[in-house]
Design a protein. Structure first.
Length: 355
């Protein structure tokens, strides 16, 4: 097993000290040489390799244990760099980039020959994102401009929101981690497909359907995002896999707060009697009600940004504390809430109880 080097970058640094600059340059050199480096973005930590090098993409799949039909997102640091990897740039892509780039949004576009099939999982389209995180952008620049970067977790696990969680999954499997503290958003980018007549959201994120529709007029959403009984395969290959999942069994409980707490307390009492270690993922308003072994707070119920930022960490902490049965409050599926519920539903294998 090789040694994974950790380099520290100050959280929220927008300009870098000479030491940080040198660390990011070393990281870029590693990627140019075919190595793998995990780095912070505004969404979650990414696992970066040279997107134009088929071997690098193969290494990413191997390090993550990711099925090779699940394509990677190519990260760029300048809009004009898209020309090399996309065969045709539609007007909608320009509009979206003007409004939301740099930022937590990924576009699916027809790929050029420069992008190896390994990077796109054999598809003739490519996913492109221009992130806003200063460390990510500098690293992409030093890496030659095209960094394939899925989330830096082992496949199926919650995406890492800090370098500590990256190392939990990847220590010894990758060359370096740039540790830039905890990330801001905490959920992966919105993925929007621009290769169909009407743009379609394949994965919800911080940039919502409402925001895209205000810009483009009509925007569809893949029906599989919040339902698993639609009988249809998701259009983003990655969305068909069990994902974001803690090791424990998990159920989402929806309804009026008092009834939710009653249901959870009744069930955690039964679970404990059977020898299970129980956990609850809840919000500040309701925390006092729960009597499980471990209770994690995501923030205030109305504070979606806090809920999103803390969700994956809470799921990982449940694993660390060896919880075997998790109950989570449910959330609204409107706006950014749709991204939160999409990840929660996947983590719970779509098990929802309404009380
Ligand atoms: P991750 O890299 O873990 O953030 O996941 C990237 C997501 O984007 C996965 O759900 C992929 O299946 C999806 N994706 C990447 N490239 C494409 C593409 N060319 N067409 C459709 N979905 C894609
Ligand atoms: Mg991922």
């Amino acid at each position: 097993m090789r040694k994974t080097i950790t380099e520290q970058i100050r959280q929220d640094a927008t300009t870098f000290t000479p030491g940080e600059e040198a660390a990011i340059r070393r990281a870029g050199d590693l990627i140019c040489g075919g190595g793998l480096v995990a780095f912070p973005t505004e969404t979650v930590y990414g696992l970066g390799g040279d997107a134009l090098n088929a071997d690098s993409s193969r290494k990413i799949y191997a390090a993550k244990g990711r099925p090779s039909d699940n394509p990677l997102i190519v990260h760029i640091c300048r809009f004009s760099d898209m020309e090399r990897i996309v065969s045709r740039i539609p007007e909608t892509a320009v509009q979206i980039a003007d409004a939301f780039w740099p930022g937590p949004l990924t576009m699916i576009l027809p790929k050029s020959k420069a992008v190896p099939d390994e990077t796109t999982g054999g598809l003739d389209t490519v996913a492109v994102r221009l992130p806003s995180h200063p460390v990510a952008r500098r690293l992409i620049e030093y890496s030659g401009g095209y960094v394939a970067a899925p989330s830096a977790n082992r496949s199926g696990r919650p995406s890492p929101t800090s370098a500590r969680y990256v190392l939990e999954d990847m220590d010894g499997r990758i060359d370096m981690v740039l540790d830039g503290g905890t990330v801001g958003i905490g959920l992966e980018s919105t993925v929007v497909d621009l290769t169909c007549e009407t743009p379609q959201i394949l994965r919800p994120g911080y940039v919502t359907q409402e925001m895209l529709a205000a810009l483009l007029g009509r925007v569809d959403t893949d029906v599989t995002i919040l339902r698993d009984d639609s009988g249809q395969a998701p259009r983003a290959p990655g969305m068909k896999y069990r994902h974001y999942a803690p090791k424990a069994d998990m159920v989402i409980v929806e309804g009026e707060a008092g009834r939710v707490a009653d249901y959870i307390n009744r069930h955690t009492a039964q679970d404990k009697a059977r020898g299970e270690k129980t956990g609850v993922i809840g919000t500040r308003e309701n925390l006092d009600r729960y009597r499980a072994d471990v209770v994690k707070c995501l923030g205030g119920r109305k504070d979606e940004e806090s809920i999103a930022r803390n969700l994956y960490g809470a799921l990982r902490q449940m694993d660390e504390e060896e919880v075997t049965k998790i109950y989570s409050e449910g959330f609204t599926s409107e706006g950014f809430g749709q991204a939160i519920m999409n990840r929660l539903l996947k983590a719970a294998g779509h098990r929802v109880v309404r009380v």
